[in-house]
Design a protein. Sequence first.
Length: 213
Amino acid sequence: MATGTLITIEGLDGAGKTTLAVALQRELAKRCVHVELLREPGGVEVSERIRELVKDPALDVLPRTEALLYAAARAQLVEQRLQPLLRDGVVVLLDRFVDSSLAYQGAGRSLGVEAIRTINLFATGGLAPDRTLLLRISPGAGRARQHERALAPDRLERESEDFFATIAAAYEQLALAEPQRIRAIDASQSPELVLRDALAALTDLPFDGAGHR
């Protein structure tokens, strides 16, 4: 049975994850029969509705509730979309995955990284990325990019710089713990250089020109 490849993109808000994801999809599509781009929370109807809840600045979502909502959205996405795509040998680019919850809820919300890891192990059935691209940027630079977008900040984007500094430090710890899976990229570079470094970080993945492992 063909097995696909799961590539996740992580980092602070404003790091350029979506920009990189779209560029990577374009580049990898030149080499693979099928590349799918998905986001978290989202990707399927139930998860998209949960996305509206967790991002709504008008709602007072408690930390544990927030963590469980993200895990629930993730469980739906894994069962409904990720697992079928991977079984079909597809290369999947995913904008955020479990590492986001470990950093944001585990560290940022002080719920404990291991507690959040346990919740998400259940939610994902143990599914793990083949490679994670961590876009490294300072909280201040990420916030500046968000302001440049001229969009109203969502509920999490309204948090303090200290909150995001804690998350950035948590991402660094995750990268240190799993250097083979997580490859850090300097996100302060131009989009072209970020894409170059991302492609270089994927060269050792065992998928062939058809997108199969």
